[in-house]
Design a protein around this ligand. Structure first.
Ligand SMILES: NC(=O)C1=CN([C@@H]2O[C@H](COP(=O)(O)OP(=O)(O)OC[C@H]3O[C@@H](n4cnc5c(N)ncnc54)[C@H](O)[C@@H]3O)[C@@H](O)[C@H]2O)C=CC1
Ligand SMILES: O=C([O-])CC(=O)C(=O)O
Length: 308
């Protein structure tokens, strides 16, 4: 399994590190436009191999896409992150051009690749890759829900006073401060609905804290987060590499599923060797449906800013 990660910045390097540490890929290529940067990150990471016990070969490339040839999975993290006070949507002007150019270059050298889009605004960047590359829909996957769900579980565990491993939950909808739909009704502690343990008010607080998870970290760090984003991507790449058929909420092109059309937004999907193996159309309550529709309207509005 060969994986390319475009962008050797905070998120790209974290993705490469977690993929390597999990030791399921033979090769990871990191590519960046900044001279020597990807080579430096790759060398630094390779010098952790004997310490962390992995055999994945990590190499770096300054914008030379021939080095990425025949990648099974390509992860796009290139582009600018937000600063405190900004929304992800404000990044569209710069990131759309980068994602369009990068995805075309990747596919030129790896026509059979599966692409995972991370750059923000992620749902719109995923849609852009659909509109401009012609790759089949199962091979274009946006990463947002896996991260948002991890943050949801963190907040749930905090509210419950429980270990995170005892908690399960999922966030669907757009990867934006307003658009996320944490499914509190379906969240559990060891199979028991979380509503058995905490009040509606506390659960509402968990929901709100989850939705602004990225903004909270951006406020603390001065730029957006990277550890959990990198770990979320590595989990998705592992599911594809090992054909696990695990369910992740991912941004995918909807063609009538959940009553939505012509946009990419986070819904539960099965990940395996073909990328998105299927969309899991779970039953939503009326309130959840209307939150997802509102979220979709927000994503479509951002999509309309693309010059297609
Ligand atoms: N979908 C999600 O859940 C998340 C998305 N993000 C997004 O990921 C992106 C990257 O964030 P960070 O790594 O923190 O930013 P960063 O600034 O640390 O790294 C971005 C890298 O992209 C490189 N780059 C820019 N244009 C390029 C091009 N044309 N070709 C190759 N490389 C290029 C830059 O040189 C830089 O090294 C941002 O758009 C951020 O908003 C971040 C966290 C989570
Ligand atoms: O908050 C941001 O801008 C980066 C991101 O998407 C996240 O960490 O969820």
């Amino acid at each position: 399994m060969k994986v390319t990660v475009v962008g050797a910045g905070a998120v790209g390097a974290s993705c490469a590190e977690y993929i390597a540490i999990k030791n399921f890929a033979s090769e990871v290529v990191i590519l960046d436009i900044k001279e020597g940067f990807a080579e430096g990150k790759a060398m630094d990471l390779m010098q952790t191999a004997s310490l962390n016990g992995f055999d994945t070969k990590i190499t770096g490339s300054t914008n030379d896409y021939t080095k990425t040839a025949n990648s099974d999975v390509c992860v796009i993290t290139s582009g600018i992150p937000r600063k405190p006070g900004m929304t992800r949507e404000e990044l569209i002007g710069i990131n759309a051009g980068i994602v369009k150019m990068v995805s075309a270059s990747l596919i030129e050298h790896s026509p059979n690749t599966i692409i995972i889009v991370v750059s923000n605004p992620m749902d719109t960047m995923t849609y852009l890759v659909h509109k401009t590359t012609g790759l089949p829909k199962n091979r274009i996957i946006g990463m947002g829900g896996a991260l948002d769900s991890a943050r949801f579980k963190y907040r749930l565990a905090e509210a419950l006073g429980a270990p995170i491993s005892d908690v399960d939950g999922m966030v669907i909808g757009g990867h934006s401060d307003k658009g996320m739909v944490p499914l509190t009704r379906l969240a559990t502690r060891n199979s028991v609905p979380v509503s058995e343990f905490i009040s509606e008010e506390r659960l509402e607080q968990v929901k709100q804290d989850t939705k602004v998870g990225g903004a909270t970290l951006t406020g603390l760090l001065g730029t957006s987060a990277w550890y959990a984003p990198g770990a979320a991507v590595s989990g998705m790449v592992q599911a594809i590499a090992c054909d696990t058929k695990k369910i992740f909420p991912c941004s995918t092109l909807l063609e009538g599923e959940f009553g939505l059309n012509d946009l990419c937004i986070g819904v539960p999907v099965v990940l395996g060797k073909n990328g998105i193996e299927s969309i899991v159309e779970i039953n939503l309550s009326d309130a959840e449906k209307s939150h997802l529709e509102e979220s979709a309207a927000g994503v479509s509005k951002t999509n309309s800013l693309l010059e297609l």
